[in-house]
Design a binder for this molecule. Structure first.
Ligand SMILES: Nc1ncnc2c1ncn2[C@@H]1O[C@H](COP(=O)(O)OP(=O)(O)OP(=O)(O)O)[C@@H](O)[C@H]1O
Length: 250
């Protein structure tokens, strides 16, 4: 097990968002966090990344309690891509090398440069590498922030709607790259998603949040018409198209 979330409760001053959230993530897992707008998916990722402090519950990464780790130690182990991306006067290359910061003790090393150059290549960002990030399209910027999180070489990747600005080719490519990195390095990715069909293709585990708590969790067996209708209030069929499972709203 790489990550454990046990009994997490989080409230903003005005209202309770998460209650008794409990799940475990294994090495090599791609976990899709599913649920309606405002149910608490981003809040959960922020609790795992120590941006928000839950009022109750314990979150551990490789047996260490996240809330006992320093900010630098958290950044060495957890990579987080938020829903909103900042602009700024960085070049793409500099923005990605910032991902190495938690690991840099004195100066950027040849290894840091090698990692960044490799990731730029994998994500097909070579032609943009000297461009300023405030001169990129939304999708190009989204790839840069994902590249930065990968450059961080974390043990757990938290991605908040990582494909929301990407076209069909890039959605599939970026998720495939993340999946490969997760499997090869035996890390884990927790990804909030709205597109159930993309989630099915990408993830091996799923969590449905409803009313701030886990409604269903497990492998593909939890992707049922009953669960989806309970969570989204939309009747659907779950069919197979040329061996690819698909969710079709009815
Ligand atoms: N800083 C904040 N202060 C108070 N309430 C907040 C704050 N941020 C989010 N909320 C509320 O907390 C709830 C959960 O928000 P969150 O962003 O976690 O939902 P989500 O599931 O990620 O939604 P979406 O799918 O729309 O991105 C919502 O009701 C939201 O309005």
């Amino acid at each position: 097990m790489i990550l454990s979330v046990d009994g997490v409760e989080f409230r903003y001053p005005s209202h309770l968002v998460l209650k008794d959230v409990k799940f475990e993530v294994d090495n090599g897992d791609c976990l899709a966090i599913l649920g309606t707008n405002g149910v608490g998916k981003s809040t959960l990722l922020k609790c795992i990344n120590k941006i928000l402090k839950p009022q109750q519950g314990v979150i551990t990464i490789e047996k260490d309690e996240v809330f006992k780790l320093s900010r630098r130690e958290v950044a060495q182990r957890i990579g987080y891509v938020s829903q909103r991306h900042e602009g700024g006067r960085f070049t793409v290359f500099d923005a990605i090398i910032l991902g190495r910061k938690p690991h840099i003790t004195w100066d950027v090393t040849a290894r840091d440069m090698e990692i960044v150059n490799r990731i730029i290549k994998i994500l097909g960002l070579e032609e943009f590498s000297l461009r300023f990030i405030d001169e990129l399209s939304g999708g190009e910027l989204q790839k840069v922030v994902i590249a930065r999180a990968l450059a961080q070489e974390p043990r757990v990747l938290l991605l908040d709607e990582p494909t929301s600005n990407l076209d069909l080719r890039n959605q599939l490519d970026v998720l495939e790259i993340i999946k490969k990195v997760v499997q090869k390095q035996q890390i884990a990715a927790l990804v909030t998603m709205h597109d159930l069909n993309l989630a099915i293709r990408f993830a091996n585990k799923f969590i449905f949040l409803k009313k701030g708590t886990i409604f269903a969790a497990g492998g593909f067996e939890v992707i049922t018409p009953e669960n989806i209708e309970e969570v989204y209030a939309v009747p659907v069929a779950v069919e197979s198209f040329r061996t690819i499972p698909v969710v079709v709203p009815l």
